[in-house]
Design a protein around this ligand. Structure first.
Ligand SMILES: NC(=O)c1ccc[n+]([C@@H]2O[C@H](COP(=O)([O-])OP(=O)(O)OC[C@H]3O[C@@H](n4cnc5c(N)ncnc54)[C@H](OP(=O)(O)O)[C@@H]3O)[C@@H](O)[C@H]2O)c1
Length: 246
């Protein structure tokens, strides 16, 4: 029997490249999956993409983690989709990387938007979903990118560097808060391009060696693993394979 049979997973950012693969992998593992998106239409399209089969337990919730008031509504929608189940694992795969002018030409508003779409969505998801699973053998996993670790290849991507570094640092903030709790907070920091299901390029148009279904085993490994308070850098697909075998 799969270790996720009977487990409940909430995937925020379910319609995205990373989130969709995570949903499919947990469904394949027999879990009850709640996919969260800001758009009911995108969730309908996701069901088609995932080719949800009869007997698979996929539920959806429309919600937006952009601020406190929308996060409260999103949490209520997730609670409804859970129908009384307790959450075992949360994957927050929200936001991407915003391009913009070089740093000194960026407006404060542009920077705020870039951090809203990546850092703050994770902040609000953590505030809403983490307290309820702190005392459970649960996991809360966020997603960032390798841009965090070095000057970006193009100055137009500097806000991606800041966003990813901020998510990684946020992991440590949550790790400190939950150090004595059961829940394990981690972030998967992806250093390469990932294509959507069945695709061969990532959103930058760069060739991706595998699609998101090839990445998803890393998330299952973290959910069943022992990592706690870590930024788990995946620098190559070999790291994904090693994690999946662990
Ligand atoms: N794809 C790659 O090649 C790659 C590589 C390295 C790192 N990463 C990192 O992986 C993470 C996810 O990237 P991705 O490629 O999956 O991006 P994506 O395809 O753009 O998906 C991100 C998802 O976030 C959701 N979202 C955005 N704002 C939200 C909000 N306020 N409330 C709820 N949901 C919200 C969106 O869903 P809705 O529009 O449906 O609400 C969207 O589907 C990012 O941190 C990215 O930097 C990705």
């Amino acid at each position: 029997m799969s270790s996720f049979q009977g487990k409940t997973i909430v995937v925020v950012g379910a319609t995205g490249v990373v989130g969709s693969g995570v949903c499919r992998a947990f469904l394949d593992a027999g879990a009850f999956v709640v996919g969260v998106s800001r758009s009911a239409e995108k969730l309908d399209a996701l069901k088609q993409t995932l080719e949800v089969r009869p007997g698979e337990a996929f539920s959806t919730a429309v919600g937006d983690f952009k601020d406190d008031s929308t996060a409260a509504l999103a949490t209520a929608a997730i609670d409804k989709a859970l129908a009384g189940r307790s959450i075992d694992h949360v994957v927050s795969a929200q936001g991407f990387v915003k391009f913009g002018p070089p740093a000194t030409q960026t407006t404060a508003h542009q920077l705020q938007e870039a951090l809203d779409d990546g850092l703050f969505v994770n902040f609000h998801a953590a505030k809403a979903l983490l307290p309820g699973i702190k005392q459970r053998p649960a996991s809360f996993t966020m997603v960032s990118g390798g841009l965090a670790h070095a000057p970006p290849p193009d100055a137009a991507m500097w806000m991606g560097t800041l966003k990813n570094a901020a998510v990684n640092a946020f992991t440590f903030g949550l790790a400190a808060e939950t150090a004595r709790d059961h829940v394990r907070v981690n972030t998967v920091c992806i250093h390469f391009g990932v294509a959507p299901i069945g695709g061969r390029q990532n959103q930058f148009g760069l060739p991706a060696e595998r699609d998101t279904l090839g990445l998803a085993p890393a998330f299952l490994a973290i959910a069943r693993g022992k990592q706690k308070g870590q930024v788990v850098c995946l620098t190559s697909w070999a790291d994904v394979d090693a994690l999946a075998r662990s």
